[in-house]
Design a protein around this ligand. Structure first.
Ligand code: NAD
Ligand code: UD1
Length: 347
């Protein structure tokens, strides 16, 4: 299939491009590079073994730019212009939770409006297949653990999470109104790790908000010590428990989701995690053991908006997509460190 990939230069997008090409698909990337680097796409092409990834630096809110991309990726069939994209994988969006609380308008504007323009241009060009990057955050403080897709959505505590929840609703309504659409909502749990080559990985701007990039920056000497946010949660060691998933497994889930599109799934929702919950201290201890480096840490107060425990039941994705995570926490820690130590300054 030929896939339009929005946000393809980012952390998850870049890894997904590799899995797409490995499975025989091709891609065209649109990214405004607001949180990524062109170098990532160069390295992706190098890993795949092609001269370059077709790419336009543009904002998905820019309707004209999107129209141009659809025009470029079209062919004439029986005298009619037909677009070449079989589906869109939609990663583009702003994702920093804390920043979204400070800049709600920017987050709502980018994530909501960007998706509205994208969906409208797709519809106009009769490309009605989309895989959307949603998040476990839509469950809020989950009513059921492990979380199944039937678990009711919860109250999101920040504008970032609200955009995910609202965009899920927008696409659900769109699919209901026009059943020609196939909408696959992938609810990612906590993606970490990097491609085994160590050539691409997570490259956050400034001080990392998320656990693994903070740990790797401590390991590489950029930060003194990790702050562990709370050790009084009702978990085995008191620290927060999450379902960490290797980004390469997550990337492969998108390839599997294309099958749901081929089967004309209508609306389909999948949890994408391993089904295992690991605490903050599990991650720190595993990182130290696997990589033989020390991670000094200090217990800090809880972080506002955090929940105690969040992990999923990924059985539906296995049953319906034939997808299951292959990598464990050891590989996640090994590959995250391999990326960071080979690229201490990122790209
Ligand atoms: P990322 O920031 O690395 O990638 C997102 C990409 O989108 C970036 O390259 C950025 O430049 C681009 N972008 C942002 N706004 C754009 C716009 N208006 N037009 C064009 N490009 C734009 O983030 P990621 O970790 O790769 O996440 C990808 C998607 O998955 C996001 O939608 C994110 O919210 C979602 N998600 C991520 C996680 C996670 O932990 N990383 C968890 C759940 C969901
Ligand atoms: C966060 C977001 C979530 C988003 C996800 C992926 C919040 C409340 N949630 O999830 O919406 O989808 O990232 O981008 O921000 N921790 C520390 N020290 C640190 C960093 C984190 O102890 O320096 C702990 C946290 O308290 C948590 C765990 O590590 O228990 C994981 O945190 P993080 O990586 O930020 O992910 P989430 O909070 O699960």
């Amino acid at each position: 299939m030929h896939i339009l990939v929005t946000g393809g230069a980012g952390f998850i997008g870049s890894h997904t491009l590799i899995e797409l090409y490995k499975a025989g698909h091709t891609a065209f990337v649109i990214d405004n590079l607001s949180n990524s680097n062109r170098e990532a796409l160069r390295r992706v092409a190098e890993i795949i073994g092609i001269p370059e990834i077709p790419f336009v630096q543009a904002d998905i809110r820019d309707r004209e730019a999107l129209e141009k991309i659809f025009a470029q990726n079209s062919k004439i069939v029986n005298g009619q212009i037909v677009n070449n994209f079989d589906a869109c994988i939609h990663f583009a969006g702003l994702k920093a939770v804390g920043e979204s609380v400070e800049k709600p308008l920017e987050y709502y504007e980018n994530n909501m409006n960007g998706t509205f323009v994208l969906l409208d241009v797709m519809r106009k060009h009769n490309c009605k297949n989309i895989i959307f990057s949603s998040s476990a955050t839509v469950y809020g403080d989950p009513a059921i653990i492990p979380i199944t897709e039937e678990c009711p959505k919860g109250q999101c505590t920040n504008p970032y999470g609200q955009t995910k929840s609202m965009l899920e609703q927008v696409m659900t309504d769109l699919q209901k109104a026009d059943p020609e659409w196939n909408v696959v909502l992938l609810r990612y749990f906590n993606p970490i790790g990097a491609h085994a080559s160590g050539r691409i990985g997570e490259n956050p701007n400034g001080i990392p908000n998320n656990l693994m990039p903070y740990i790797t920056q401590v390991a590489v000497g950029k930060r003194e010590r990790l702050g562990v946010f709370g050790n009084d949660y009702p978990t085995q060691d008191g620290t927060g428990v999450r379902d960490y998933i290797h980004v390469v497994d997550l990337a492969a889930a998108h390839v599997a989701a294309l099958q749901a599109i081929e089967r004309r799934a209508g609306l389909a929702i999948y949890n994408i995690g391993t089904g295992h919950g690991y605490s903050v201290l599990d991650v720190v201890n595993t990182f130290m053991r696997v990589n033989g480096v020390n991670i000094p840490y200090q217990i800090m107060p809880r972080r506002a908006g955090d929940i105690a425990t969040c992990y999923c039941n990924p059985a539906k994705a296995e049953r319906e997509l034939g997808w299951k995570a292959q990598f464990g926490l050891d590989e996640m820690c090994r590959d995250a460190w391999n990326w960071q130590k080979n690229n201490p300054e990122g790209y």
